[in-house]
Design a protein around this ligand. Sequence first.
Ligand SMILES: [Zn+2]
Length: 101
Amino acid sequence: MTAAVVCEVCGLPKEICVCEELSREQAALRVRIDTRRYGKAVTVVEGFTDDANVDALAKELKRYVAAGGTVKEGHVELQGDHRQKVVGFLRNKGYTVEERA
Ligand SMILES: [Zn+2]
């Protein structure tokens, strides 16, 4: 008989464990606009936890807003002002998001 895979955090079987969703909810991401050289706006998404897959998320975001972007020091930068789309996208994924001016 094989042992069920159990969550290390809550001790429940992985199928019913919600720790991952909870940690997403608790980690509030911040979405803000930064202005770069020549007055170009970039949308900055920051506040990811260490275990967040920022690279994968950045790829999805770039595709979603159809803009270029990079991952720098654990935060995502997207070219242009995409606040509304980015906030909607992240909230759909279950993240708590704070909008900053
Ligand atoms: Zn758990």
